[in-house]
Design a protein around this ligand. Structure first.
Ligand code: UDP
Length: 338
C-alpha cells in the first residue's frame, strides 16, 4: 500500500459552491485536492484544481477506492443537502445524505488511514436563540431537519473520533456569501434563495427586491445575520490542515465574523457598491427565519487556527457577488476599489 501524501486532500462536494473554493485555495497552497462529487448540485466546470472521482457520498466502497487510489492524508466533507425548506418536505433524504454520507465517509477514512476529517456544519444547528452572539456553549437545538441532520452527523463524528485515531474538525458556518475575488467560481443564481445572490439579481436585472419580514425585534425590524466571505471560509479550512487536531479528538469552531448586518444594511451595501437604488417591497416573514444569528467565540477560531478573515466587510462580499454575476453573464467586472 502506498503511503499517504500530506499534500493530498479528499474533498467531497468539491464541485459545489464552498467545496470548489476550497479546492482552488488548496491548490494555490500546494495541495492536491481530489474532488469527489456526484454532480447532483455541483458543476463539472468547477473541477479544475485536481483529479475527479465521480461518486455518491453514501457509497463507502467508492470513497474507499478513491482513498486507495490517491492516498490523501485528510478529508474535507462538503457533500450534503443544504436547503432548509426542502429538508422540511424531504426529511428522510436529508438524513440519508447528510447522516448516511457522513457515516460512509467516516468508515472509508478509518479503513483508508485518513487521520483528519474536516466537517462542514452550520449555524442552523443552534436553531432559535435569544443570545446576542451564538457561542459554542449555546445549546444546539435545531428547528428543522437540515440543522438536525448536521447536528446528528457532528455527534456521530464525535463518537467516531473518540473510538479511532482520526481527529475531527467541525466548522459551523454562518452565512457564507460572495465569490472568490478573481470571479472564477460562485453560486448558481438560478433558484438562489439566499440574500446576497437575490440582491445581486434584483440590482442587475432591474427587478424589485422582497424583504421577508420588517417586524422583527431588531433595530430596523429586519433579520440580522453574520455574513462570512466564502473565500475566508475556504481559508479557515486550509488553516485547519496546518494546525492538525490530536488523533481521537474533536474540535468545534464557529466560522463567522462576529458582527451582524440587518437585511436593510445589506441592501444599503448593494446600493453603495453599485451606485443604484433598489426597488424594495416589504413582505411578511419567511417561515423558519430566526431574528438574529451572529457568531460568538470567533476569537477562538482565529487564535487556535491562526486564521483571520481577509474580507470582513459586507461591501467586499457584495462586490465579489456582483463580480461573479457579471462573469456568469459575460459583462465587464465591477470596480474593485470601494
Ligand atoms: N431574505 C430576504 N429576501 C430574500 C432572501 C432573504 O429578506 O429574497 C432575508 C431572509 O429572510 C433572512 C436573511 O435575508 O432574514 C438571510 O437569509 P438567507 O437565506 O441568505 O440566509 P439564512 O436564512 O440561511 O440565514
Amino acid at each position: 500500500m502506498a503511503t499517504s501524501s500530506d499534500k493530498t486532500v479528499l474533498v467531497t462536494g468539491g464541485a459545489g459552491y464552498i467545496g470548489s473554493q476550497c479546492c482552488k485555495l488548496l491548490a494555490a497552497n500546494g495541495y492536491t485536492p481530489v474532488c469527489y462529487d456526484d454532480f447532483s448540485n455541483g458543476r463539472r466546470d468547477f473541477v479544475r484544481f485536481g483529479p475527479l472521482v465521480e461518486g455518491d457520498v453514501r457509497d463507502a466502497e467508492r470513497l474507499r477506492s478513491a482513498i486507495d487510489e490517491y492516498r490523501p492524508a485528510a478529508a474535507m466533507h462538503f457533500a450534503a443537502k443544504i436547503e432548509v425548506e426542502e429538508s422540511v418536505r424531504e426529511p428522510l433524504l436529508y438524513y440519508d445524505v447528510n447522516v448516511g454520507g457522513t457515516i460512509a465517509l467516516a468508515k472509508a477514512c478509518r479503513e483508508g488511514g485518513i487521520r483528519h476529517l474536516i466537517f462542514s456544519s452550520t449555524a442552523a444547528v443552534y436553531g432559535e436563540t435569544t443570545d446576542h452572539q451564538v457561542g459554542l456553549t449555546t445549546p444546539a437545538k435545531p428547528i428543522n431537519p437540515y440543522g438536525q441532520s448536521k447536528l446528528t452527523a457532528e455527534q456521530i463524528l464525535g463518537d467516531y473520533a473518540a473510538s479511532t485515531d482520526v481527529g475531527v474538525t467541525i466548522f459551523r458556518y454562518f452565512n457564507a456569501s460572495g465569490a472568490d475575488p478573481d470571479g472564477e467560481l460562485g453560486i448558481k443564481f438560478r433558484h438562489a434563495t439566499h440574500l446576497v445572490p437575490r440582491l445581486v439579481m434584483a440590482a442587475e436585472e432591474k427587478k424589485p427586491f422582497f424583504i421577508f419580514g420588517t417586524d422583527y425585534p431588531t433595530p430596523d425590524g429586519t433579520c440580522i445575520r453574520d455574513y462570512i466571505h466564502v473565500w475566508d471560509l475556504a481559508s479557515a479550512h486550509v488553516a485547519a490542515l496546518d494546525k492538525p487536531v490530536n488523533h481521537g479528538h474533536t474540535r468545534t469552531y464557529n466560522v463567522g465574523i462576529g458582527r451582524g448586518y440587518s437585511v436593510r444594511e445589506v441592501i444599503e451595501s448593494v446600493e453603495r457598491v453599485t451606485g443604484t437604488k433598489l426597488e424594495i417591497i416589504e413582505k411578511p416573514r419567511r417561515a423558519g427565519d430566526a431574528a438574529s444569528l451572529i457568531a460568538g467565540d470567533t476569537e477562538k477560531t482565529r487564535t487556535d487556527l491562526d486564521w483571520s478573515p481577509l474580507y470582513p466587510k459586507i461591501d467586499d462580499i457584495v462586490r465579489d457577488g456582483f463580480g461573479w454575476y457579471r462573469v456568469v453573464n459575460r459583462k465587464c467586472s465591477i470596480a474593485t476599489s470601494i
